[in-house]
Design a protein around this ligand. Structure first.
Ligand SMILES: [Co+2]
Length: 460
């Protein structure tokens, strides 16, 4: 889940005046637009379970290097599975039943690069850093469990992505998978806070960069062969949130776009570390991302790094901490510190302006616990804030998530809470019409031993 740069901190668009008027690559699929409308209604979900048995098999592209990178972790994973117990299809077996005594697989441990090597050597240094270490065995176990849930759920989701599949069905599969694999159905009061979804499921098509989710009662959208789809979802265990995203396309013409953004995110991870400066990370990432270009219909489109959305640190139950990790050149004075958790994410676009703006519709909500609720008069708002506090705390949630807890007829009360600043409302982030946006994101833990890329999988 990306963090939008506050308006007063926004940089200049990196693409000058932008190229909204240049020829479009392909017509913007109608679904990309309707997705932003028709999402205001509330009501029954209806049966959108459009189980897609389309015979048309298409290659799902996440990146071109999938096959080159065979990781050892995969073998380890099979060894640790208990008594031959296997994950079901669709995934419904709790991951804690698959790994003995909470021995969830570690993420990839990447050594700190030269610029922050000093901190990973020296016995005394290590001893001192451990004194302030928040990354206890329990912390690591919770984080690794959440990451394993993310990997297993996304692996299944990747297998159901075909032209014609409904985005509501994809969201259902993600959310039901996460609830089953964490072992928290999320219906009983307070259960969501134990483990489950970390924020609303993001399913973004083409020029929608981030923060779009199917809403109850909204028009369902079917995935098309020519679509570029980004899937961004979060899993938390005891408030330890794994935030990770990937982009897929059936059409190989988007390979270079996906490759560029994936490469950019890996560059961000490589430059992240103890004492690493956001200004250095941003410049390095932008350079890599913008070294790519995409050939489409006889034209060449440079990839632009989106300049007003950033990566971020993650705190317990707080998806966006107080630090931002831009992926364009910047003058930020912020540094990363040992013991911190970061979502390293980058977004790149072609045929757009290199920035995002708020689109229509609602992605989700988040309670601002600093705002006093004593002045509320509307009884529905008073009741709703109690439901939100009990079920979500400070975790962002969607209308789907709210209805999953059994909450109904909340639109008026929510409107009141948003007006009072008690609840923050999120809109989708959109690039200009005709643009295509890709995103890749990993969550990393800055441990004294190295950075653990907790969400790393065989796919990305
Ligand atoms: Co994020």
């Amino acid at each position: 889940m990306g963090s939008k740069t506050p308006d007063e901190h926004q940089q200049h668009p990196n693409g000058g005046a932008g190229n909204e008027t240049t020829a479009k690559i392909v017509a913007t699929p109608a679904c990309a637009k309707t997705g932003l409308h028709g999402s205001d209604g509330e009501g029954d979900q209806g049966d959108n379970d459009d189980d897609d048995d389309d015979d048309k098999t298409t290659n799902l592209i996440i990146n071109n290097e999938d096959k080159k990178k065979k990781r050892k972790r995969n073998k380890k994973k099979k060894k640790t599975a208990q008594g031959g117990l296997k994950q079901s299809v669709p995934p419904r077996v709790q991951v804690s039943a698959l790994f003995s005594e909470g021995a969830f697989p570690e993420g990839e441990l990447q050594a700190y690069s030269d610029d922050n090597l000093s901190r990973s050597t020296g016995e005394e240094q290590r001893y001192l850093s451990r004194l302030g270490d928040t990354m206890t065995p329990e912390f690591l176990r919770d984080y690794r469990e959440a990451a394993e849930v993310h990997r297993q759920v996304r692996q299944h989701v990747q297998s159901i992505l075909k032209p014609g599949v409904s985005l509501t069905h994809v969201a259902d599969e993600i959310e039901e998978g996460v609830r089953a694999l964490t072992g928290h159905p999320g219906v009983e009061k307070g259960d969501v806070l134990k483990a489950g979804m970390g924020f609303p499921t993001g399913l973004c098509l083409n020029n929608i960069a981030a923060h779009w989710t199917p809403n109850p009662g909204g028009k369902d959208i079917l995935l098309k062969q020519e679509d570029v789809l980004t899937i961004d979802f979060g899993v938390h265990v005891a408030g330890r949130i794994v935030d990770s995203a990937f982009t897929t396309a059936f059409d190989p013409r988007y390979d270079e776009l996906l490759k560029s953004v994936k490469d950019a995110t890996e560059t961000g991870i490589k430059h992240a570390g103890i004492d690493a400066r956001m200004s250095n990370i941003g410049a390095a990432v932008q350079e890599v991302m913008e070294s790519y270009e995409v050939a489409l219909n006889g034209q060449t489109y440079p990839v632009k790094a989106i300049n007003n959305i950033t990566g971020h640190n993650i705190l317990r139950y707080q998806i966006h901490g107080n630090k931002q990790v831009p992926f364009v050149k910047n003058k930020s004075k912020q540094k990363m510190e040992e013991g911190e958790v970061f979502a390293i994410e980058t977004f790149g676009s072609i045929n757009g302006v290199g920035r995002i703006r708020d689109g229509e519709g609602v992605y989700g909500y988040r309670r601002d616990t600093n705002v006093y609720t004593g002045n509320l008069h509307l009884s529905t708002a008073k009741a709703l804030v109690k439901i939100i506090d009990a079920n979500f705390g400070t975790l962002p949630f969607s209308r789907r998530h709210l209805e999953h807890t059994g909450c109904k007829n909340y639109i008026l009360g929510m409107h009141n809470l948003v007006q009072q600043g008690i609840v923050e409302q999120y809109a989708p982030f959109v690039e200009s019409k005709g643009a295509y946006v890709a995103q890749f994101e990993h969550t990393i833990l800055l441990r004294s031993e190295g950075k653990e890329i907790i969400s790393r999988g065989d796919d990305y």
